[in-house]
Design a protein around this ligand. Structure first.
Ligand code: ADP
Ligand code: MG
Length: 447
């Protein structure tokens, strides 16, 4: 029986990344097989969830290849199964001693915060194009990428990258006049100036700039007066070949009520985007962050965090800090924490109390369908989209297995579900309207 599992593991090893294999399969064993009713032993309950939600199909396939007619797979926690991954010998004391006090970073009147640098911006497949454009701007501002329009979802590094450009330009040329401002500050400063009869002054503040950085430009929507003002400032600077940098969570064309002249200007120089980091990108970011904090963390623990945080870089950082802090408090290394299942506490607490039925209902309602219609076989485009959004949310919000989701939304098999989830994930990268819609549905679900 154990031989079968060894063989299955060899199959699995071909299918998953080395990191995944060592994290999730190292400590597994085949406990029993009663005519295809399989029980697999794992180290703690956290592994059960991971294996069930992410690797069930791969495990099934591997067993089938070894001539087992799989009916069900269950997991059982075996406290005795020994870990082959040895945590490095670090003590809580040494960790505390090693954690450098976090430096206070001053924000100066130009709005730049020195904590954002080019050096500590980790370049990966998710941001390399934007980064090389940023490098080019640093070398020759106001030329090729002007305006520079950077877009991407929250927490993916927009503020970091544009602040880093500003800081680096200033480091190379201390006389360079830069202003970084979120558009919301631009707006309130503008209103203030007008009300106090200092409109002229407000204008003059921008006239002399060499580089203007505007963050979170999407919030310009609906602010007619400041759109006009911004357009004027933009034009003046642009004509003088001054560098203009703008970030937004969406493309210029998707910022609806933007002044049309302004919209045209913004599309002149193509937009660059920041994407969700892939596994390798996430590991690199976590490694750098841990080094910056002066904390030690095992590579396996980094992989664990990278595997489990799929939202954005801000959350990745948050999880790293939590685990480092918990490890300090409990006197365990990060990896020991994870192996003890302690680190998963944080994760499960994020799962919010909502049932699959509620999710299906809310999604259906949003698309003006009945849950029955959503779960029908209909291939009408909006019904299909609604069904896929429901699949996506059931997976992301409840970590439900694809097999279970299939039953929930009335589709034939789990591959359809996998396809549906993938489709939404891909669409979300570029379709900002869909992104907004899903956020809206989530608000309805939890609101
Ligand atoms: P956004 O402005 O897109 O919402 P931020 O720039 O605020 O995102 O980034 C969120 C957090 O993630 C910040 O602490 C930032 O330093 C960090 N971060 C984002 N991208 C990177 C990266 N490529 N390398 C290092 N840190 C990053
Ligand atoms: Mg930001």
């Amino acid at each position: 029986m154990y031989n079968v599992w060894e063989n299955a593991l060899a199959e699995i090893e071909q299918k998953v990344s080395p990191a995944n294999f060592s994290t999730w399969f190292q400590d597994t064993s085949l406990l029993s097989n009663n005519n295809g009713y399989i029980v697999i032993g794992v180290k703690n309950s956290f592994y059960v969830k991971q294996l069930r939600t992410r690797f069930l199909d791969i495990i099934t396939e591997a067993l089938t290849k070894n001539n087992i007619n799989v009916k069900t797979i269950d997991f059982e926690v075996q406290s005795s199964s020994k870990s082959k991954i040895r945590p490095r010998e670090i003590t809580a004391d040494s960790l505390i001693k090693d954690i450098k006090p976090i430096k206070k970073h001053a924000e100066s009147s130009n709005g730049l915060n020195s904590k954002y640098t080019i050096e500590n911006f980790v370049v990966g497949s998710n941001n390399d194009l934007a980064f090389s454009a940023a490098k080019s701007i640093i070398d020759t501002p106001g030329t090729r990428y002007n305006p520079f329009f950077l877009y991407g979802g929250p927490g993916l590094g927009k503020t970091h990258l544009v602040q880093a450009i500003g800081n680096e330009l200033l480091r190379r040329n201390p006389n360079y006049k830069i202003l970084y401002t979120p558009i919301s500050h631009f707006y309130s400063d503008f209103i203030d100036a007008i009300q106090n009869g200092r409109g002229r002054e407000f204008n003059r503040k921008f006239e002399k700039l060499d580089c203007l950085i505007i963050d979170d430009f999407q919030f310009i929507v609906g602010k007619e007066k400041s759109q006009e003002e911004f357009f004027n400032i933009f034009n003046d600077l642009y004509q003088l070949n001054k560098q203009i940098i703008i970030t937004s969570d969406r493309l210029p064309s998707q910022i609806k009520t933007v002044d049309e002249r302004l919209a045209t200007r913004l599309t002149w120089a193509g937009a660059f985007d920041l994407q969700l980091p892939k596994f390798e990108d996430k590991c690199a970011i976590l490694k750098t962050k841990a080094e910056l904090m002066g904390a030690e963390i095992e590579p396996e623990a980094i992989e664990y965090i990278a595997e489990n945080i799929n939202t954005n870089i801000r959350d990745l950082e948050g999880e790293l800090s939590t685990i480092l802090l918990m490890s300090e408090v409990r006197g365990l290394t990060p990896l020991e924490l994870i192996h003890n299942g302690a680190a998963s506490i944080n994760k499960t607490s994020k799962l919010r109390p909502v049932s699959s039925k509620q999710i299906v209902e809310k999604v259906a309602k949003y698309y003006q369908l009945s849950p029955k219609e959503l779960c029908s076989k209909s291939r009408v485009s909006n019904i299909k989209t609604a069904r896929q959004v429901a699949m996506f949310l059931l997976s992301k919000e409840l970590s439900m297995s694809t097999t279970k989701i299939a039953t929930e939304v009335g589709v034939k098999d789990h591959t359809t579900v996998m396809h549906g989830i993938k489709k939404i994930e891909t669409d979300l990268k570029l379709n900002f309207i869909l992104r907004d819609q899903i956020e809206e549905i989530k608000e309805k679900i939890y609101g």
